[in-house]
Design a protein around this ligand. Structure first.
Ligand SMILES: Nc1ncnc2c1ncn2[C@@H]1O[C@H](COP(=O)(O)OP(=O)(O)OP(=O)(O)O)[C@@H](O)[C@H]1O
Ligand SMILES: [Mg+2]
Length: 426
């Protein structure tokens, strides 16, 4: 019989809106006993939300559990409770084994320490001896591909470098339970593949993984079970294919727009909060989104940090998780390169018609400052479907056009000569 390594019972987490407290991980306490844990002055309002509600499930030893759900569903909250970054309001999580976690960028390492020092610190937190860590050290550094910067404080790392090292540490330091949150959205495609490969190795070694992802392809491929969270509760659980289909059918009636009325509860961080995102058709006569129609995507967001020189970077994916393109607002003429004052902004990205194939798409959005540094990122911000009016197809063939894009390219055919004609000079 399989042993249960996680028993989660009636877990609930209530957040007071406006309360957002920054995390203080155990490693911060170990490194700096002098620094008092930082707590933001709380404007404690009466409003609260249940980020998780009545969540009960077990995880067996060696399971790879995929955790899926829309933005704000409670996925990260669940992992933060399991890694003891935050406490549950109700219920309990019984954990048997050492937990290694790779949560959002920024929670894994101490910024003042070098990559090398952080590796040893993480190992020590996991209860490993120095000799054990020494044995793993070279492998970790090689996997992360950042040898040259291993003695640089991690605060100087780019987010990509940071994630490379953080993943490498989490996946090699032999935790018995590995928690991974969305990390794959950050690295490049090659590194993502490597991470997925390493995760299946880790699971073959019999360790347990909880993997939060918007990447359905990866969840389907890698996970032995999945749960679908919606509004803080478990909507479906079981075999990954079935759970994913359930989730996809839900997002399909989908989100041509999403609005967050309350700034404090909206997704984002201390610099950026999303207010609204929506798709609108840009041609008067068009009634629905099809392969022919052009459209625009409007992002309404609050900038909370005066002086940021922001640009937006949007990635469009299809549901096989293929990245079709990355478009940034660097050619925008009003605000690009200027310091943003505090306030609500709207950025619009125009997408031409006759470009995308029919199918389901989703977008990720990053906010970048000074054209290089990531300020905030939103996975799977909006899901939409491009259809096709059959009547508008010329000819009699109604099959699916293959390919990730479907550009309507110009073609020309000319009659050159009859078959008897000499074609040497053509
Ligand atoms: N520290 C916090 N203080 C107040 N509310 C919070 C805090 N952290 C999360 N929330 C809220 O709890 C809910 C669940 O958030 P969580 O980050 O767990 O979602 P998620 O499923 O990970 O979303 P995403 O897919 O966007 O990462 C959201 O409504 C969020 O705004
Ligand atoms: Mg999350």
């Amino acid at each position: 019989m399989c042993e249960k390594v996680l028993k989660i019972n009636n877990l609930g987490k209530k957040y007071f809106i406006g309360e957002r407290v920054s995390y203080t991980a155990l490693r911060d306490v170990l490194v700096s006993k002098l620094k008092a844990p930082f707590k933001k002055a709380a404007s404690r309002e009466k409003n609260f939300i249940w980020a998780l509600r009545d969540v009960t499930f077990d995880v067996n030893d060696g399971d790879i559990l995929g955790i899926i759900g829309r933005n704000g569903a409670g996925k990260s909250t669940l992992l933060k409770i399991l890694s003891r970054i935050t406490r549950p309001t109700t219920g309990s999580a019984e954990i048997r084994g050492r937990v290694g976690s790779l949560l959002e960028v920024g929670t894994g390492f101490h910024p003042e320490l070098t990559g090398r020092e952080n590796i040893y610190l993480n190992g020590a937190i996991l209860g490993m001896h120095r000799t054990e860590i020494n044995r793993k050290f070279d492998e970790i550094v090689a996997f992360s591909e950042i040898e040259k910067f291993i003695d640089t404080p991690v605060k100087f790392y780019s987010s990509g470098m940071y994630v490379r090292l953080a993943f490498s540490v989490a996946a090699h330091l032999e935790p018995e339970i590995l928690l991974v949150d969305e990390v794959l959205a950050v690295g490049d495609a090659g590194f993502q593949k490597k991470c997925l490969g390493r995760m299946s190795e880790v699971s073959r070694e019999g360790r347990t993984i909880l993997f939060v992802s918007h990447n359905m392809h990866a969840v389907r491929k890698l996970c032995s079970r999945a749960i679908f969270l919606e509004n803080g509760g478990i909507e479906a659980a079981g075999e990954p294919g079935t759970v994913i289909n359930n989730y996809l059918s839900r997002v399909k009636d989908a989100q041509l727009s999403q609005v967050w009325e309350d700034m404090a509860a909206a997704p984002g961080n201390d610099a950026i909060r999303m207010h609204k995102v929506q798709i609108q058709l840009t041609e008067d006569e068009a009634e629905q989104l099809t392969v022919w129609t052009s459209f625009k995507i409007e992002f309404y967001f609050w900038n909370l940090e005066p002086g940021l020189k922001l640009n937006l970077s949007m990635r469009l994916y299809n549901f096989e998780n293929i990245l079709l393109f990355n478009s940034t607002s660097v050619f925008e003429s009003h605000w690009h390169g200027k310091p943003f004052k505090k306030g609500l902004y709207k950025s619009t990205c125009y997408v031409p018609g006759k470009l995308l194939n029919d199918g389901m798409y989703y977008i990720d959005l990053l906010f970048i400052k000074d054209t290089t540094t990531r300020v905030c990122h939103f996975d799977n911000l909006l899901t939409f479907e491009i259809g096709e009016e059959e009547a508008s197809r010329p000819g009699k063939w109604y099959g699916k056009y293959v390919g990730v894009v479907r550009p309507f390219l110009q073609w020309e055919t000319e009659y050159i000569a009859d078959p008897a004609h000499e074609t040497k000079n053509v």
